[in-house]
Design a binder for this molecule. Sequence first.
Ligand SMILES: *Cc1c(COP(=O)(O)O)cnc(C)c1O
Length: 385
Amino acid sequence: MSTKRQPQTDEHREVPAHAAGVVTIDLARIAANWRALADLVRPAECAAVVKADAYGLGAARVIPVLAAAGCRTFFVATFDEAILARGLAPSARILVLDGVLPRAEKAMRAAGVVPVLSSLAEAERWAQLSSSRDESLACALHVDTGLNRLGLPASEVRALAANSHLLDRLDVLLVMSHLACADDPQSLKNAQQRDVFEGLAPLLPSAPRSLAASDGLMLGAAYHYDLVRPGYALYGGQAFRGGAAPVAPAVTLHVKIAQIRDVAPSHTVGYSATWSPNKASRIAVIAAGYADGLFRHLSRATGGEGGFVAIRGQLAPIVGRVSMDLITVDVTDIEGPPPQPGDLVEVIGPSITIESLGAAGGTIGYEVLTSLGRRFHRRYLNEAV
Ligand SMILES: *Cc1c(COP(=O)(O)O)cnc(C)c1O
């Protein structure tokens, strides 16, 4: 075996020596994912959901790239996110999914962003800003079709439809709803919600309609209406259970080995001594923990289930408890050059998808992305696309 070690990956070369780990975000891939979804749903418009800092990947980097790719409509959750998006995509429409909070109406209008209104009371508050009958305020209307989260219930849709004084003061840019079970194409709830939407939307002012997010758009053209609102799929997420979306992974996470140690069978590893090896074992101590989004649920007790990292495509089990800043991994059976301090191991990448990491952590890929640690070095590929 040569003593001269080759870098394991491209990441290895470009990570600062002091960085414990690196999140690599491929901006060209995110743009390509958006284009693929836009192609799939045409002639419907493809918007982009960039709430929660573009699902943890960095709205400041993601939004300009999507705007350059041709995205004209962005959805965020909160007012602060809308202000950021407004500056990053000056000619795009910015819609705020959580709507407008009491006493925030003036600031929202001044910012030139559009609330998605979800109740009659909220519509009244927004309309009160209009000073004259000639002035109507831009908004989207969210009607509830069965999720029972946000959205006007049917009774409020009817009350709004009958209130021409209120409607005169609203410039409705979009009528939308949100599906509860779109990841499951077998769910009867999808068609039920679609039927409710078909019944309620025509009561409201004529405007473009939207029902589908990442999974809903995979249910077929009947769910596309005029505009789709993918978030997760733009970032490479595959949550739909009826087949693969035409998108590819855009994120990898590699973390460095801080230390290698040998552990004998009578010994235990980590807090609460939950794991011990059944043979002399080599443990790699990895420089990231639950404070970095490696959920504590990834821990593995002796004989139990837990998460993995990957080394040159070989899975290495996380053993013992995940702690705040460190995880311990059994590398005894890794073939090839022995892992060493400073080597990067894959936490998300070709061997471990965000979905598999989420499943091992008792959660979903969405939470993996939005939990990605702020301590990691962030590397953006292909900024200029
Ligand atoms: C978050 C959200 C989306 C995007 O959902 P994905 O599953 O990430 O595509 C779309 N619409 C609404 C109302 C949302 O809250």
